[in-house]
Design a protein around this ligand. Structure first.
Ligand SMILES: *Cc1c(COP(=O)(O)O)cnc(C)c1O
Length: 479
């Protein structure tokens, strides 16, 4: 019998050492690809090594290539850390090694998924009879929502898409906002609906799909099968589409399905103070969110929610959704996601929700938003700085112009300001106090700062603001 206890204790120490030191290490990775390859990649070993040696050497060699995204000053993309209970539950998930496909493979996994699913519906205020699947991320959650919609609108048009495919099927029109996330196009491409065939509806300056042009498009389509994809939480600005108006427009159409990409923004619905921003979201047919972003579970976990359980099951399952076991119907977890065998992801979600409770989730969301406003306020008066977006959630877009340049005095679309903004971003990444990424917003370069971690404090924001200001000043004083 191998010594599990010694190996896992040693591993726990390595993990705890990493997390204890995370505030003090540079946030970005330090090693180049060549250095990492040299440290990690010899030829395939002919013979095996003892597990303890494998782990010690992996941890040592990988360390300089790790990004401290679990720490308090990582503001790249939209990235949550890992809540302690979620991280620990995730370890147990690996130790238990449960297959999250079928009830008989893990009754505990199945029940925990069912409970976590109902807690999420409750938190978001979504219809309580909806079906929920735990996917690898928002991309697969959106794919699931869209194929459930594809099923329903084509079934209404007399077509069985799962059996007969899309060749010869009635045409499905897809309509989405001009600022839809790239992964919606990836999902459309995988669903056979074509990333380029989708009609884009104009968005306002914050990236919100406008309801009036959507209404015109939808009216012109009469009764043709229609999928509409709205967004709650633009990845750049955090802006939320006007869901009540959009849902009302879509409801007018006799054969439409409304999907909502709320990868991080749907969490606003879990905060009483922010919930009004999401008004009307429960009027959709399917929803995407992520648990690995704002809920702060370790990678990976997305969530797909579908009001029409039959459409959901028909679109992605190849077996029964529920199985009659002794003592009543039980959940077959594999019926709600595209995968068959997979990790029992909901243990970590369940643990996170128990650690936080309803109040803790609201507090996490509110606190990140307050810290995002603190970032914006801390940068706003620096020379040459423009806060590009309305900071409605946890996302801040910042543009930098070289002090004394024309762009600094007004013309914000200047190519020189694009270049200078990129220079400042690179300098901040190099500096290591915090990590921020770059993006392109309406053709302009911008620094994107996303505050999504439970671990971030006001002190972390102040340190990071000071570092960004220092880097911008240094970049501005070198020609
Ligand atoms: C992050 C994000 C996605 C993609 O999420 P993954 O979990 O990486 O698949 C989709 N939509 C929006 C709005 C996002 O912010």
């Amino acid at each position: 019998m191998p010594d599990h206890r010694a190996l896992l204790r040693q591993t726990a120490d390595l993990a705890a050492d990493y997390l204890d030191g995370i505030e003090h290490r540079p946030v970005g990775a330090r090693a180049s690809q060549d250095e990492l390859r040299a440290a990690l990649c010899g030829p395939l070993p002919e013979t095996g090594e003892p597990p303890a040696e494998v782990i010690t050497s992996l941890a040592r060699a990988a360390d300089p290539g790790l990004v401290a995204s679990a720490g308090p000053r990582y503001f790249g993309f939209v990235t949550g850390g890992a809540l302690p209970a979620a991280l620990a539950a995730d370890w147990l998930t690996s130790a238990w090694d449960q297959n999250g496909f079928a009830w008989m493979m893990s009754p505990a996994g199945s029940v925990v998924e069912d409970i976590a699913a109902s807690w999420l519906l409750d938190l978001f205020g979504l219809p309580s009879g909806s079906s929920v699947g735990f996917t690898s991320g928002a991309t697969m959650a959106t794919f699931t929502g869209l194929v459930a919609g594809r099923h329903r609108v084509l079934a209404r048009a007399g077509w069985d898409v799962e059996r007969d495919g899309l060749f010869g099927a009635p045409e499905v029109t897809v309509v989405l906002g001009a600022e839809a996330h790239a992964t919606v196009f990836a999902a459309l491409q995988m669903a056979g609906l074509g990333s380029d065939r989708a009609r884009r509806v104009e968005a306002d300056a914050q990236g919100r799909m406008r309801a009036a042009p959507l209404r015109e498009r939808v009216e012109r389509l009469r009764d043709r099968p229609l999928l509409v994809c709205a967004q709650v939480g633009n990845v750049n600005t955090g802006a939320i589409d006007p869901m009540a108006e959009i849902a009302a427009v879509v409801r007018q159409h006799p054969n439409a399905w409304l999907h909502v990409d709320g990868a991080f923004g749907l969490w606003a619905a879990a905060s009483p103070s922010l919930r009004p921003l999401t008004d009307g979201v429960a009027g959709a047919d399917s929803w995407t969110t992520d648990a690995h972003k704002w809920l702060n579970v370790p990678y990976d976990c997305g969530v797909t929610v579908v009001r029409d359980r039959e459409a959901h099951r028909a679109a992605v399952s190849h077996g029964a959704a529920y199985y009659a076991a002794q003592g009543g119907e039980v959940r077959e977890s594999g019926s709600w996601v595209p995968e068959s065998s997979r990790r029992s992801r909901a243990f970590a979600v369940y643990a996170a929700l128990r650690q936080l409770g309803r109040e803790g989730v609201a507090d996490l969301v509110d606190r990140c938003c307050a810290l995002a406003r603190r970032v914006a306020d801390g940068l706003r008066d620096a020379p040459g700085v423009t806060i590009v977006n309305e900071v409605v959630l946890n996302q801040v877009l910042v543009r930098f112009a070289r002090p004394g340049s024309d762009a600094a005095t007004g013309d914000a679309d200047d190519a020189a300001a694009d270049a200078f903004t990129r220079e400042v971003i690179a300098a901040v990444q190099q500096d290591g106090c915090c990590w921020v990424g770059g993006t392109s917003w309406r053709g302009m370069a911008a620094m994107r700062i996303s505050v999504s971690s439970w671990a971030t404090t006001a002190g972390d924001v102040d340190l990071s603001v000071a570092a960004i200001r220092r880097c911008a000043e240094a970049a501005g004083s070198t020609p």
